[in-house]
Design a protein around this ligand. Structure first.
Ligand SMILES: Cc1cc2nc3c(=O)[nH]c(=O)nc-3n(C[C@H](O)[C@H](O)[C@H](O)COP(=O)(O)OP(=O)(O)OC[C@H]3O[C@@H](n4cnc5c(N)ncnc54)[C@H](O)[C@@H]3O)c2cc1C
Length: 436
């Protein structure tokens, strides 16, 4: 019997899977569990209000990815100057906190400045063992206490002393002393951070980008509503909807624990590393208001323990088409990990009023609770050993884990587009002259 031809199999059709498909030159087949492509980069619509899976603002650095986006959406993207804020101690200040202390109560500014000066005066310490130490070394005690620790504890759902600083190099701006002082006295500290401006579709939310990229893929087969059931790494076959698909190589973009759980016969050490992979689940709200927002920001960080969310964003402040005229669409990322109750909803409505996002709770037309099961990979003390061993094992079987949850990382959409391009090249090189 003739052997079925082997292909390159892409598991998952989020931005990483789409990008791999776009960049592969050999035949591929993609399996996506949902009814449409996009993964986290999709947009919901209700009554004319549009919501991404919380804020999905596009930050591009790579020239080829910039060109790709410009080609698929030549006029549909707007470049938006970031308006990011912090709400703490009852006031709204500029982002990032560490470079914009101006406007905070004087005793807080004093504590933060003294902390930074003390931290800068100290001889460089040992490599920080955890994120709390990282914050104390770089920002000192005040900024750590008033922003870094409480904000990150709300975001990660665990204390910063239980995570490492491995994730934060690009995402946490590090001002020098002059910039901190300038920001404390209200002199322009400069606009810091990786996201000073961002791209965003004028219409239709981030899914506009996903669709445009998806429309461009060719040279393979996209299977939607196709959940991968198992992967037999010894026979090099994937089982989907009862069908066995032989592969040359696999691009695995589904969450790493989900992949490993579908691989019977894992060596004991790999199975044991798999039990150590941790991730937070995010609960958030799509909020629609019947009136314009009170705030002009795109998003605000909220370190305060007594407020139920850690970040709130207003889509329609970035793209007016995200809500009907005279109304607004918001995302509210909740600190609470449990199910969203009516009490939470009324607490959120009150807190949105407190931070000056809306005029009163009555402005809210609806608030829909949503969940992202895999949201933030937790970089704890097991992370490095577990991922190193797991990736080595997978790649030795021509399974290439990529993307935010495939590669078990903290990254952004552009990183996923880059990972798809990189893995296509890696696989082409590994297969060499093998016929498809
Ligand atoms: C709260 C939050 C906010 C974010 N904000 C931003 C932002 O502002 N800017 C930015 O650039 N990035 C942002 N990101 C990051 C961005 O969403 C990701 O980097 C990117 O979308 C991940 O793409 P991916 O393809 O790797 O993974 P995913 O989008 O998760 O795609 C994986 C795909 O695999 C599919 N799948 C899962 N299991 C199976 C199975 N068994 N069989 C078949 N298919 C399966 C899923 O349905 C999904 O489509 C944010 C992420 C989060 C969580």
């Amino acid at each position: 019997m003739a052997e079925e031809p082997r292909k390159i199999v892409i598991l998952g059709g989020g931005l990483t899977g789409i990008s791999a498909a776009l960049h592969l030159r050999r035949p591929w087949v993609l399996f996506e569990r949902e009814a449409k492509l996009g993964g986290l980069a999709v947009t919901e619509e209700r009554d004319g209000f549009h919501f991404d899976l919380t804020g999905h603002w596009l930050h591009l650095r790579d020239p080829a990815i910039k060109q790709l986006v410009a080609e698929v959406l030549p006029v549909e993207m707007a470049s938006v100057q970031r308006r990011a804020r912090i709400f703490s101690h009852g006031v709204t200040t500029l982002y990032p906190f560490q470079a914009n202390l101006f406007g905070l109560p004087p005793e807080v500014i004093k504590e933060c400045l003294l902390g930074v000066i003390q931290a800068k005066l100290q001889a460089p310490g040992a490599h920080p063992r955890n994120f709390e130490e990282y914050c104390l070394q770089h920002f000192g005690a005040g900024i750590s206490r008033h922003f870094m620790i409480p904000y990150n504890e709300k975001l990660w759902g665990v204390h910063p002393r239980t995570i490492t600083a491995d994730w934060c190099s690009r995402f946490v701006p590090l001002p020098n002393l002059e910039e901190v002082v300038a920001g404390a006295v209200g002199a322009d500290a400069g606009r810091m951070g990786y996201n000073i401006s961002f791209l965003y579709p004028k219409q239709g939310g981030i899914e506009t980008l996903t669709r445009a990229l998806g429309a461009r893929i060719q040279g393979g087969e996209v299977n939607l509503r196709s959940k991968v059931e198992s992967l037999d790494f010894r026979r090099r076959e994937v089982l989907v909807a009862g069908e066995r698909v032989p592969y040359h190589a696999v691009v695995a973009t589904l969450p790493l624990p989900e992949l490993l759980a579908r691989m019977p016969g894992l060596p004991d050490d790999i199975a044991s590393h798999a039990t150590r992979l941790r991730c937070t689940t995010l609960r958030y709200l799509n909020v629609a208001t019947r009136s314009p927002p009170r705030a002009d920001w795109h998003w605000v960080y909220v370190p305060e323990k007594n407020l139920p969310f850690y970040r709130v964003g207003i889509y329609s402040n970035a793209a007016a088409g995200m809500a009907p005229a005279g109304a607004a669409s918001f995302y509210v990322e909740l600190a609470e990990r449990g199910p969203v109750s009516d009490a939470t909803l009324s607490e959120v409505a009150q807190a949105l009023t407190t931070i000056g996002a809306i005029g009163s709770p009555e402005d809210i037309r609806f608030a829909d609770a949503r969940e992202i099961k895999y949201a933030y990979v937790v970089f704890d003390e097991h992370y490095r050993a577990a991922t190193t061993a797991i990736f080595r094992f997978l790649e030795s079987h021509s399974i290439y884990p990529r993307g935010r949850y495939g590669a078990w990382a903290y990254n952004a959409m552009e990183d996923c587009l880059l990972a798809g391009r990189e893995v296509a090249g890696t696989i082409e090189a590994a297969l060499g002259s093998k016929t498809p």
